[in-house]
Design a protein around this ligand. Structure first.
Ligand SMILES: C[S@@+](CC[C@H](N)C(=O)[O-])C[C@H]1O[C@@H](n2cnc3c(N)ncnc32)[C@H](O)[C@@H]1O
Length: 212
């Protein structure tokens, strides 16, 4: 389902700052060589992640779901001088692509790429997170959220991508496994009183959460 009219999407692209050459390269490479290029955040969501990062000036960012590196490169832009972005990718061949692009970034020394299952890697990271971006497999969202929340600082932020799941979560009983999982995640977060919540109607829906 197209959630936003094409004209609106195009307007947002046209009137937002053009991505830097490296992110243009990541997008072009992914479009040409990857079977699922739609997973990449893209210019508008990427710019939003970059802007949020600049607003917060985080010291520690955790990204769950690196893919080819577009969102990681965007998030890393706002890190403090001693800041680090830890990003986790399950598939080794996809992580190798991201690694190639990260090496070309001026933020390279701040980016720590972990290859493996986020459920195994997150507990091994002894950090306090200022910002977490959840963007891996949808059935894992609830586990990632629960696993990471104790290590998010008070007033720290969590962003969760694809919370509309292509509009399928608007159904009372969505059919697919991922849609079901996202719907359960949304309901779970919505009911929590220890979390400040904002649904951003950008792209496939972003949940912006603040730990109270
Ligand atoms: C939607 S893509 C991420 C897109 C990326 N954040 C961006 O905006 O360009 C999801 C990625 O999560 C990875 N992934 C899926 N399950 C994972 C897991 N359990 N641990 C770590 N990464 C996982 C997939 O291999 C895939 O590359």
């Amino acid at each position: 389902m197209e959630l936003l009219p094409l004209e609106l999407e195009q307007f947002a692209v046209n009137f937002s700052t053009t991505p830097d050459p490296l992110r243009q390269e990541v997008e072009a490479y992914t479009q040409k060589n990857h079977a699922e290029p739609h997973m990449l955040s893209g210019p508008v969501q990427g710019k939003l992640l970059e802007m949020i990062s600049h607003m917060i000036r985080p010291r520690r960012i955790l990204e769950i779901g690196t893919f080819t590196g577009y969102s990681g490169l965007s998030l890393a832009e706002g890190l403090t001088n001693d800041g680090e972005l830890h990003t986790i990718e399950f598939r080794a061949e996809t992580a190798a692509i991201a690694d190639r692009f990260f090496r070309k970034s001026t933020c390279f020394s701040k980016i720590k790429l972990h290859v493996g299952n986020a459920l195994d890697i997150i507990p091994s990271l002894n950090e306090t997170w200022d910002l977490v971006f959840i963007d891996a497999d949808k059935p894992g969202y609830m586990d990632y959220f629960k696993l990471v929340l104790p290590s998010v600082r008070k007033n720290g932020f969590i962003l969760a991508d694809n919370i509309f799941f292509h509009g399928q979560v608007f159904d009372e009983n969505p059919k697919g496994k991922s849609a079901k999982a996202i719907k359960a995640f949304n309901d779970f977060v919505h009911q929590r009183e220890d979390i400040d919540k904002l649904v951003l109607t950008i792209r496939d829906g972003l949940y912006l959460l603040r730990k109270l």
